[in-house]
Design a protein around this ligand. Structure first.
Ligand SMILES: Cc1cc2nc3c(=O)[nH]c(=O)nc-3n(C[C@H](O)[C@H](O)[C@H](O)COP(=O)(O)O)c2cc1C
Length: 174
């Protein structure tokens, strides 16, 4: 049985996909792993738009113009419902944090099933909102590409290049 550390290390940003579709059962499993994610005050201010229709996919692909993104079998669009997100006393909206958690659950569940994902935030959010006809309070926060990796050796060079313990952990004081 895979440990959590092994699973977390096996995930990397996949930017090369096979055309094979993602089986419905597998898709539902990874979406369920997202559905149970925690959120601030349990408000769950999120929607996931699963995009497989070729015409709609082409439009979404135009909002992030990369060659590899045009080969993605499934695109998950994470929508933040800012009217539903928890706001702290000082007004800080936690919707984006909640979206990051649900999306991260999904990247790890996908890795468990041998599927690849890549986070995408550098897309044209206004254009995406127009394509999906979203009301003002709903923001496309992130995309995840999803599909079977074309080449498991194609790991991003940044993968596992992480800061050291000493750089990021502080015990008891800044
Ligand atoms: C919030 C967030 C936004 C990201 N946006 C993009 C993006 O727009 N395009 C892209 O190719 N990768 C994007 N990435 C992937 C990161 O570049 C990648 O996770 C990082 O370099 C570490 O590599 P690894 O995922 O292979 O471990 C994003 C990742 C995160 C967490």
């Amino acid at each position: 049985m895979q440990t959590f550390l092994e699973l977390a290390k096996s995930r990397y940003s996949v930017r090369s996909y096979l055309p094979s579709p993602v089986e419905e059962e597998t898709l539902n499993y990874i979406l369920e792993c997202g559905r149970i994610a925690p959120s601030a005050a349990n408000y769950q201010p999120w929607l996931i738009n699963v995009i497989r229709d070729e015409d709609l996919k082409k439009k979404i692909q135009e909002t992030y113009n990369r060659e590899w993104f045009r080969q993605v079998p499934v695109i998950l669009v994470f929508l933040g419902e800012h009217d539903k997100g928890w706001k702290r006393g000082d007004g800080k909206d936690h919707t984006d944090i909640d979206i990051a958690i649900i999306a991260d659950h999904i990247t790890l569940a996908a890795a468990e099933k041998g599927l690849g994902t890549c986070w995408i935030c550098n897309f044209d959010s206004a254009k995406c909102a127009g394509i999906l006809n979203l009301p003002d309070h709903i923001e496309p926060v992130a995309y995840l590409s999803l599909g079977y990796p074309a080449d498991s050796t194609d790991q991003a060079s940044r993968h596992l290049k992480r800061k050291s313990f000493e750089e990021i952990i502080r015990y008891d004081a800044y």
